[in-house]
Structures are given as C-alpha cells and as structure tokens.
Design a protein. Structure first.
Length: 458
C-alpha cells in the first residue's frame, strides 16, 4: 500500500517544476511559444504534477483560480499548503504516503477527491467539503465500518470507493454502507441496485433511525448556537458603535489607522531589507563554498586521471613486451599451444604487432582524456548553475515579498477607505431614534449610530 521512495531524491514543488508542468500541458505546436512567454499562474485552471517524486506540497498559493489538481503517484506524506486553492473542484492525491486526512478546510467547492492507495486509517477532518460528490479512499488502512457513518454528512456524495481496505472483509460491509449512505449511487465501481438498497434499509432500520434522530438533534443545537453567536456579535458591534460618540472621534480614528498602516508598511519594508541584506551575504558565502568544493573536485579528478594515464602507460609497456616475446616464440615455434586466428594475423612481423598495440594504447588514452573533459565541464556547469539559481531564487523571493507587502498595505488602505462615515448633520436628517442611534431600513445590514455606518451580518 505504501508508495516507496525511489533512487531519485524526493522533491518539493518549486517554480521550475510548476513552469515545466504547465508548458507540458500545451499542445506540441504551442509549447515553444509557451516557453518564451511568461505564464500568469492566476489564469491556470488545471495543473498536473503526477510522477514527479514530490515529498512536500508547497508553492501553489499563486494558483488562486485552479479547479483541477493532480498530485498522484508521488511520495507526499502530508496534505498541506492548499489553503489558497479555494476554487478547487477536482483533487487527486492517490498513490502517496499520506497517513492523516487534513488541510482541506478551505476547499469548500471540492466535488471529486481521490486518496486511493495511501496509509490512512481514519476518515476525518472533512467537515467543510459539503459539495463532495465522488470520494475514492480504497487501498488504505480503514478497519472499522464506523468510518462510513462519518460520510453521512455529505448529502451530495454519489460515488464511493472503499475497496482494498480491511473493513471490506466484514460480511456486512456492503449492506452497512448502502444502509447508512442512502443517496449513494455507485459503491466500489458498482451500481447500487434498488433491491440491495431495500435489503440494507430493512436490516439496519433501527440503527439508521437512531442516527437520523441524533443528527437532527445535533443540527438543531448547532443552529441554536449559531443564532446565539450572531446575536452576541450584533450586540458586540452595537456596543462598539455606541462608544464612537461623534463624527470627530471616528475621523480621528481613521487618521490614526492611516498612520498605523504607514508605520506598518515602513516596518515590513525595513524587515525585508534586513532579510535581503542578510541573505545576500549568506549567498556570497555559499558561492565561495561552492567554488572551493568545485576546485577540490577538479583537483581530485585531475589527480585520478593522471594516475589512470600512468597505469595505462605501464600497461602498454608490459603488453608490448609480452607481444614481442610472443612473436619471437611464434617465429621459433616455441609456443605451448596454438593461438587464435585473429592473434596469428597480428604476429606477422614486429612492425604490425607494435602498430596494433600502439593504436590500442592511443584509444585508451583518448577515452581517459574524454572522461576527464566531461567531468570537468559538468563540474563547471554545476558550479555556475547552483550559484546562479541561488541568486535568482533570492531575487524572486525578494520581489514576491515586496509585492505581498504592497498588496497587503493596499488592501488595508482600501478597507479603511471603504468605511463610510456620515457627518452628524447628515445622519440626523435620516431617521433619529433610540437615543441618537440612526437606522436606515431601506439598507438592510447597514447600521448607523451617531454618524458612523457599519455593516452588520444578517
């Protein structure tokens, strides 16, 4: 059931991997054009990252409009970093090493989820997936039929795959699932027929009625709790509005908040500058260390290749000596046994045998030289690539952080600017009532108190 690491080092999702995956999704005739142009990740709707030996999910926050994500056949151990993919409809995490269902709370639009062939032992932490229609969790470690009861909360669930779990060995497995999930259409790739549904309902009628009663009671308690919470929030906001006694106080607070936002912006930019300076020094040290490592490797390779050439020269001298001795014995008919035909062809005269041995010697020296050249050129390319990537990653990181800070500050400023403050004279002309509190019935959800307008949830 586990998806084992292969000989390749596990990966974390980075910009290079994502860029390559997007380019591969283009038709071949448009792929070169995609490679030349910058791809806006916000416009990407589908992303396939299968069979890439991914260990950790990361760097997907830019795909805010993504609807389909394939992460199957990797070595992922934890579901994480998916919070920003709020438009996701289809998610495939099959054939990984996941042990716990988690990190799905923001995926409220998810309709198709596959966790097939992982290490999951309990169905949990999926309460927010109310749009779920297809759920595949076969070949995991689910052992108890009680896990099926958890799925009753998904009223839109129509297709379920549990095959390959230990709980499927229970004799009552199929009837239990069908009875407790009355809206299920397909179970383990098979259509749930009406006859089976009737038998299942009849067999577990008492238990399902008890569950329905408990669920109804829990739902009523939840609604009551939510109503009380809304009322508390209403009174809390009302009290806050009462405390803002005048238009001048509200304006002074607005000015103070603007100053706070400005100070926050300066503080964040200062921190980012300090981080950038520190990382720049670290990268310089890293570059020097890489240079030392590459230099040491090059020296070692050159030393080894020199030894190889010396060994080849000694081998050549010894071989030449043996060949000449063999030639002399052949001429004198002193050989103990007959030589192969191809060897006899070389033992014509001394010039022929010497030329053949020298040619062989030259070929081997050429191979040694070529091997040395390949290793050295690869080392130089590796050194340049690693250092360049380190500098480029820091440039990208710094740009992204600055962009995030600017966007965050702009959003704060926009939210502050959108707060509507009515002057006292204008507010008094509206509908004075309740000791100075002003209400505007034609604008539901907007409460005005002493010149301050605030949105109140229904």
């Amino acid at each position: 059931m586990s998806h084992l690491y292969n000989s390749i080092e596990p990966n974390v999702i980075d910009d290079e991997m994502v860029q390559k995956a997007i380019e591969e999704q283009y038709p071949e005739d448009k792929r070169k054009l995609a490679e030349r142009e910058d791809i806006n990740f916000k416009h990407v709707m589908e992303l396939q990252l299968s069979f890439r030996n991914i260990l950790q999910i990361d760097n997907l926050w830019q795909f805010e409009n993504l609807t389909k994500l394939q992460l199957d056949n990797n070595v992922i151990e934890k579901i994480e970093a998916l919070d920003s993919l709020v438009h996701l409809v289809w998610l495939d995490l099959s054939f990984n090493n996941i042990e716990v269902i988690e990190g799905l709370d923001t995926l409220v639009k998810l309709q198709d989820l596959s966790l097939y062939n992982n290490r999951i032992s309990k169905i949990e932490h999926m309460d927010m997936l109310q749009e779920l229609q297809i759920f595949s969790i076969g070949k995991n470690n689910l052992t108890t039929l009680q896990d099926v009861i958890y799925l009753r909360r998904f009223k839109n669930l129509r297709t379920l795959n549990l095959i390959g779990n230990p709980l499927c060995d229970d004799e009552q497995y199929t009837l239990f699932v069908v009875a407790h999930l009355p809206d299920l259409v397909y179970l383990d790739f098979r259509l749930v027929c009406d006859t089976m549904r009737e038998v299942a309902v009849l067999k577990y009628q008492d238990l399902t009625e008890l569950l329905e009663s408990e669920e109804a009671q829990a739902l009523a308690q939840l609604k009551e709790k939510q109503a009380k919470q809304k009322e508390l929030e209403y009174h809390k906001r009302l009290d806050e509005i009462h405390n803002a006694s005048s238009y001048d106080i509200a304006e002074s607070k607005r000015a103070k908040y603007k100053e706070d936002i400005l100070q926050l912006s300066e503080a964040l930019m200062t921190l980012e500058m300090l981080i950038a300076d520190h990382l720049e020094e670290q990268i310089k040290d890293f570059k020097e260390n890489i240079a030392v490592t590459a230099s040491t490797l090059i020296e070692n390779v050159k030393g080894m290749m020199t030894q190889c050439r010396d060994l080849e020269n000694r081998h050549h001298e010894k071989l030449l000596e043996i060949c000449i001795m063999t030639l002399e014995k052949s001429v004198k008919n002193e050989l103990d046994k007959d030589l192969p035909a191809d060897v006899q062809m070389l033992l014509v005269d001394k010039t022929t045998i010497v030329d053949a041995v020298n040619a062989s010697h030259g070929i081997r020296l050429l191979k040694i030289d070529k091997r040395e050249s390949n290793i050295l050129s690869n080392t130089y390319r590796w050194q340049a690539s690693v250092t360049e990537k380190a500098f480029q990653n820091e440039i990208d990181r710094n740009r992204n952080r600055v962009k995030e800070i600017i966007q965050y500050i702009d959003r704060l400023q926009e939210e502050l600017d959108n707060v509507e403050i009515l002057e006292p004279v204008q507010a008094c002309k509206t509908a004075p009532d309740r000791d100075g509190c002003l209400f505007m019935p034609e604008l539901p959800g907007i409460l005005q108190v002493e010149g301050i307008t605030s949105s109140i949830p229904p």
